[in-house]
Write a protein that binds this ligand. Structure first.
Ligand SMILES: [Zn+2]
Length: 142
């Protein structure tokens, strides 16, 4: 069985992109912000320098960058799977937290059975256009 020290691999549906991380995530966050809930992403968090990303020679990774441009969302141009988000800012000078998000929906689900899952529904219950939840560049309309 996988644990915190057994590498796990995420693969997009067509196999063009694989992401390898050193072990199981501490937990899996089903983030309910306006972008992540649309992706249906299930994020596990890692330090960027412990993540290995491989793409096949003719594979194309597309990016979606919006709002404060803090992170890029990266997906396979061929099969459309959202693979990871990546920080666009340099690491904080004070050595503070610096992380990326792996979409664990692309990982063998058998390996993730015992990882805690978090749903932050407080995001959803608040008005879409409240100052606390919505970014002015969020153009989504229901
Ligand atoms: Zn693909």
């Amino acid at each position: 069985m996988a644990d915190e020290s057994t590498p796990i691999r995420a693969s997009c549906h067509c196999g063009a992109i694989t992401v390898t991380v050193p072990g199981l995530p501490e937990n899996i966050n089903h983030c309910q912000c306006s972008i992540c809930r649309r992706y249906g992403a299930a994020w596990g968090y890692y330090k960027p320098d412990e993540v290995k990303i491989e793409t096949k020679p003719d594979a194309v990774t597309k990016q979606y960058i919006w709002g404060d441009r803090d992170v890029s969302f990266n997906f396979c141009d061929s099969c459309g799977c959202v693979m990871y988000w990546w920080p666009l800012q340099p690491p904080p000078a004070d050595g503070g937290e610096y992380k990326m998000g792996l979409n664990t929906s692309n990982v063998n689900p058998e390996l993730l059975r015992f990882v805690d899952r978090r749903y932050q529904y407080s995001w959803v219950k608040q008005p879409l256009r409240s100052k606390e939840t919505a970014h002015e560049d969020d153009l989504a309309k229901y």
